[in-house]
Design a binder for this molecule. Sequence first.
Ligand SMILES: [Ca+2]
Length: 263
Amino acid sequence: MRTAMIVTVALILSAALPAWAAPTVAGTTNLVAAENGGEIEAFSSQALDEHGQPIDEWSVTNLIDGKHVVGSHTPADSYGWRTKTAPSPEDPAWVVFRLPERRLISRVVVDPVTDDPEWLGRWARNIRVSVSTDGADGPFKRVGSYVVVRRAIKQSFDFTPVEAEWIKLEITSNWGSDHSVGMGEFEVYEAIIGDDHLDQLITRLDSLLDDLKRYRDSQRYQDIQESTEEVTATPDTPADAEEDAAETDQEEAAEEEQGEAEE
Ligand SMILES: [Ca+2]
């Protein structure tokens, strides 16, 4: 009797839960891609040439053009987005994107790679993501603050599903450059609510395939970098060799200690 009552209460409660509390998965269509109707409605700045004119190759619209810098390949007309100045928490670089219509979203994906090499320190580091259903001027509701790692891979950031038509990306820091900040691509994905397990499974597999492709691309990029480093690396000097030997000794000693501790 008591069990039946608990079950009934649980059923009523679950029926009363808002839609987003149902199991969701991120969809696989980038809602903010220009080819899917996504737009940029406002932004803080973009790189200018010596005449004060925007440089198309560094235009803010490159964030949603579906083109990526991969390894040594840079699309001829799209280097990524580069700002005029370096960002700070008080004066972030920002972009307001608009979806074709209001949607429930739960994931953004950042490709930090631009034509500026990683070592220049211009790639985006700390970002904030906010959403609005009112307009490009907000009010905006913060969905998360994230760190984009300094690696040439696309990075996913998931959050509780939220209704959005306008999405504000703020970049509060880069990796050390006082010149500007840049980003290759910004993507937004729908939260798909499904009770149908097969639909969910298909969506998850689609998502997994995308992740695998990203992983493969990043591995290729690493391979290219490593082979470049091998070619350009200077031979070890005797001092380097001694250092290496000392490090190895230390590592071995640490391992031995750990082994003893485990015993
Ligand atoms: Ca792009």
